[in-house]
Design a protein around this ligand. Structure first.
Ligand SMILES: Cc1cc2nc3c(=O)[nH]c(=O)nc-3n(C[C@H](O)[C@H](O)[C@H](O)COP(=O)(O)OP(=O)(O)OC[C@H]3O[C@@H](n4cnc5c(N)ncnc54)[C@H](O)[C@@H]3O)c2cc1C
Length: 122
């Protein structure tokens, strides 16, 4: 797209039977129709998007970073659970699993919490 200055490329699955397309991709089929594209009959315009980013805040599996009190969950975090080629559909799973362990960890910490210092270190 960059080389050719294109707005989009096309994805064509119209060689498959309509019944196959509507049963495998019912939501995408309906959404495309609303935009005026019948993917059972014609190619659809597509553009690439960032699907998942392994963030730069290194954490453990309780979402703890090496900065006391800073927890990170989701795409901003680098838990080590994902490599560069993460498996599909497991990023939301990571969000939930790490959020749960972080909540438990924070709940335990709260029981031992002391009042925050009046002045922040430089
Ligand atoms: C097209 C696509 C398909 C995907 N499909 C799947 C899939 O099938 N399965 C799967 O597991 N994962 C999938 N993912 C990945 C998954 O959606 C993300 O990894 C996940 O949503 C990340 O959650 P998050 O909370 O880290 O970030 P986000 O969901 O991006 O949440 C960040 C939130 O912070 C808000 N925000 C940003 N800046 C500020 C600011 N300055 N102040 C206040 N709020 C702010 C944003 O508005 C947003 O609501 C897909 C992603 C894309 C793009």
């Amino acid at each position: 797209m960059k080389r050719g200055g294109l707005d989009h490329v096309v994805l064509d699955i119209s060689h498959k039977p309509k019944a196959f397309i509507t049963s495998h991709f019912p939501n995408i089929y309906e959404r495309c129709l609303r935009f005026g594209f019948d993917m059972a009959r014609e190619p659809i315009p597509v553009v690439p998007a960032t699907h998942y980013t392994c963030g730069r805040i290194v954490t453990d599996l309780n979402a703890r970073s090496d900065l006391d009190g800073l927890h990170a969950i989701g795409e901003c975090a680098f838990t080590g659970l994902h490599g560069a080629n993460r498996l599909a559909s497991n990023s939301l799973l990571e969000c939930m699993v790490v959020a749960h362990s972080a909540a438990q960890d924070l709940s335990n910490q709260l029981q031992r919490a002391v009042a925050a210092p009046a002045t922040l270190p430089p």
